[in-house]
Write a protein that binds this ligand. Structure first.
Ligand SMILES: Nc1ncnc2c1ncn2[C@@H]1O[C@H](COP(=O)(O)OP(=O)(O)OP(=O)(O)O)[C@@H](O)[C@H]1O
Ligand SMILES: O=c1[nH]cnc2c1ncn2[C@@H]1O[C@H](CO)[C@@H](O)[C@H]1O
Length: 436
């Protein structure tokens, strides 16, 4: 068994001394090493990207910046117009969670498990075929449920101003049944990852029940459930329903500042992240050119002061304890809230290819840190790192740094799926940070 790649070998300034390699981990025999992985559910989709003008969005009854589900006849007309006018520029495997798991597997060089549907008979060259070809070989697709019909298509329509509108032609993507959720796979995972899009299906489609089944297994086995919020419109449809959903089922929420506002009413990403801590244990809130915020809990006795300058915000000096590791509130005796922020890596790319998936990239970095913690805990249970039950391997400040680095990598390429991991020479994120 090969050991998973740890999230950056951040030797310098790594708050928790992992100098050299963990000697206990080195002593373990190869066969002894238990692996850690992430499991997720997605609507299996290919992204069909095209550049269109504003009238196109109107003509098909779409709404700018929104992700809307369209009927088959609309999808056929839309697809025909895109093909006739040769407007399609790219076709990729997509889906928020598919992207996130793929990126996790590329970063960790380790296993993730994708649950969803796949055509039982895959024709070479079909969309299903392309989906499979464009997914990391480290993403385990053995648990997909076969269907007799097409996977979904996500028309990703880019307007002149760079705004992106999704039109979803669902095909069979919502046909995942509760029986297709393997309890043992959920039980053994470091986290279960879901998207708000999963509950958006027609009456009679089983995806929502399948999702609830997975949540039930995760709760039973104490596996943290992670939710990424999709787009602000999905949340704005019924914010109170989502707040209750978070409170009842979710440990970790990932959102951008618009989704954060729809959820909490606060436009300020720090205020939104703070508010969301009422319902969940850990928040990742990306904020485009402002960078990203994280918020969580830690044990009062174990909190660690930052060595970075203290930052102003709606919560003054909010980053005071950002060198602490995140914990679930229920695992703290005396919980204290911790917050961190980071500006875009190196100020952001010189030229942004495409912001599609930058937020999902940040989430895959967070998942990598969480899985690394699970991996370390199983293999070195007596390590001082596990005297308390932490959620993350690294401090909040380090996770922010890593998440931001991965977003930058996604912004620098066209597809939301990473084609390769971070450069090997990034032994220390610190150095590469200032090299430019
Ligand atoms: N214009 C920008 N300049 C610099 N960095 C950016 C810019 N836009 C995004 N980023 C970086 O990418 C991260 C995520 O971006 P953003 O908040 O746009 O995600 P998102 O809206 O969730 O994206 P998606 O939904 O497509 O995954 C930010 O935290 C930041 O690090
Ligand atoms: O309804 C949906 N379900 C699942 N994924 C979606 C949906 N709409 C858009 N995306 C996905 O979001 C990614 C960028 O974050 C895109 O790759 C797109 O496939």
């Amino acid at each position: 068994m090969v050991a998973m790649k740890f999230p950056g070998q951040r030797k310098s300034k790594h708050y928790f001394p992992v100098n050299a390699r963990d000697p206990l981990l080195q002593m373990a025999q190869p066969g002894d090493i238990d692996t850690a992985y992430i499991v997720g559910i997605d609507q299996t989709l290919v992204d069909i990207e095209a550049s269109v003008d504003a009238s196109f969005i109107d003509r098909y009854g779409l709404s700018l910046g929104h992700s809307l589900v369209i009927e088959d006849d609309v999808a056929e007309a839309l697809y025909r117009e895109l093909t006739d006018k040769k407007l399609i520029t790219h076709e990729f495997a997509g889906g928020t969670i598919g992207n996130t798991l793929h990126n996790y597997s590329v970063l960790a060089d380790d296993r993730s498990v994708l649950l969803g549907v796949m055509c039982r008979d895959v024709r070479i060259g079909s969309y299903a075929y392309r989906y499979l070809c464009n997914t990391s070989s480290r993403t385990d697709l053995n648990y997909l449920q076969g269907v007799d019909g097409p996977i979904g298509r996500c028309f990703t329509l880019i307007s002149d101003n760079g705004e992106r509108t999704f039109a979803i032609s669902p095909g069979m993507m919502n046909q995942l049944r509760p029986e297709s959720i393997p309890e043992d796979v959920i039980a053994g995972a470091s986290a279960l990852v879901l998207t708000a899009y999963l509950v958006r299906c027609k009456p009679g489609e089983p995806m929502r029940e399948a999702t609830m089944q997975a949540i039930e297994y995760a709760k039973k086995h104490n596996v943290p459930v992670v939710l990424t919020l999709g787009t602000r419109y999905v949340i704005a449809d019924d914010p109170q329903w989502w707040r209750d959903f978070l409170r009842d089922h979710i440990s970790i929420v990932a959102m951008n500042e618009e989704e954060g506002q729809a959820l909490t009413g606060f436009a300020d990403p720090l205020a939104a992240a703070d508010k969301a801590l009422e319902w969940v244990d850990l928040v990742l809130c990306t904020a485009g050119p402002v960078g990203l915020y994280m918020a969580s809990y830690t044990e009062e006795n174990g909190k660690r002061k930052t060595q970075h300058p203290l930052l102003p915000g709606v919560i003054p000096e909010f980053n005071l304890y950002e060198f602490s590791r995140a914990m679930r509130r229920a695992d703290c005796q005396t919980p204290v809230k911790i917050y961190s922020h980071i500006a875009p890596y190196m100020g952001g790319p010189e030229r942004i290819m495409n912001t599609n998936g930058a937020g999902d990239g940040a989430l895959s970095a967070l998942l990598h840190d969480i899985a690394a913690n699970g991996y370390h805990r199983t293999n070195v249970p007596n390590s001082s790192k596990h005297q308390r039950i932490y959620l993350t391997y690294s401090s909040l400040a380090q996770v922010c740094k890593y998440a931001n680095r991965v977003s930058y990598q996604v912004l620098n390429q066209h597809s939301p799926r990473l084609t390769r991991g971070l450069p090997e020479r990034e032994d220390s994120l610190e150095e590469s940070y200032w090299e430019r």
